[in-house]
Design a protein around this ligand. Structure first.
Ligand code: TYD
Length: 174
C-alpha cells in the first residue's frame, strides 16, 4: 500500500515559509484528497518551494510535506525522442509527483470517467497523481527531463498495463 500521510504540516528543519524568497502552495485540502483513489479530480498541481537567488533558483521537496508520502524512489526519463509517448499504465497503490525538471511535456490523466491534460513546463511545479489513475505522457520538448517521486519501490505487480483491465478494476465496462 502507498504510504499516504495524513499530516502535511511544516517540518521543524524547513525554512520559514514567510522568509523572503520562499514560496510554496500546497492546497489546504491536499491531505484529504490524496486518500481518494482513482479520480482525476483528486490529482492536483502542486507549486513547490522556490528560493530565488541571483546565482540561480533552488527548489526542494520534502516527503510528507510537499508530497503526502514518504519518498521511496526517484526516477527520471531523458533523451526522449520527438513524438515519443511514455506511461500508458496505472498503479494499484503507487502515488507519485511528476515534475518537468527541464523542458516540457504533457501528462494525460484518465480515470475511465474523465480525462485531464496537464502541461508541465516549470521545475518548481508538479502534478500529484493518486493511485488508480491511468497516465500517458507525450508532447516532450527536446532535452526535457521528467522526474518522478514515488511512494514505493518498483514493483511490476503494482501496474495495470492494459486499459481494459484498469477500467474493470475501476468498476467500469472494460
Ligand atoms: P515504465 O514504468 O513502463 O516507464 P514509463 O511509464 O516511463 O513509460 O518502465 C519502463 C521499464 O523500466 C520497464 O521495463 C520497467 C523498468 N523500470 C524499473 O526497472 N524501475 C523503475 O523504477 C521504473 C519506473 C521502471
Amino acid at each position: 500500500m502507498a504510504k499516504l500521510n495524513d499530516n502535511l504540516s511544516g517540518h521543524p528543519d524547513s525554512p520559514d515559509a514567510d522568509a523572503p524568497g520562499f514560496a510554496a502552495r500546497v492546497p489546504d485540502d491536499f491531505a484529504a484528497r490524496v486518500a481518494v483513489r482513482g479520480s482525476v479530480e483528486n490529482c492536483r498541481m502542486v507549486d513547490l518551494p522556490r528560493i530565488s537567488d541571483p546565482r540561480g533558483n533552488l527548489t526542494f521537496i520534502e516527503g510528507g510535506r510537499h508530497v503526502p508520502f514518504a519518498i521511496e524512489r526517484v526516477y527520471y526519463t531523458y533523451d526522449v525522442p520527438g513524438g515519443a509517448e511514455r506511461g500508458g499504465h496505472a498503479h494499484r497503490d503507487l502515488a507519485q509527483l511528476i515534475v518537468a525538471m527541464s523542458g516540457s511535456f504533457d501528462v494525460v490523466l484518465k480515470d475511465g470517467r474523465g480525462t485531464v491534460r496537464h502541461h508541465l513546463n516549470r521545475s518548481y511545479r508538479g502534478i500529484f497523481v493518486t493511485p488508480m489513475i491511468w497516465r500517458e505522457l507525450d508532447n516532450f520538448s527536446s532535452g526535457s527531463v521528467c522526474m518522478v517521486l514515488a511512494s514505493n519501490r518498483y514493483d511490476e505487480s503494482d501496474y495495470f498495463r492494459d486499459y481494459a483491465d484498469y477500467l474493470r478494476a475501476q468498476g467500469l465496462p472494460g
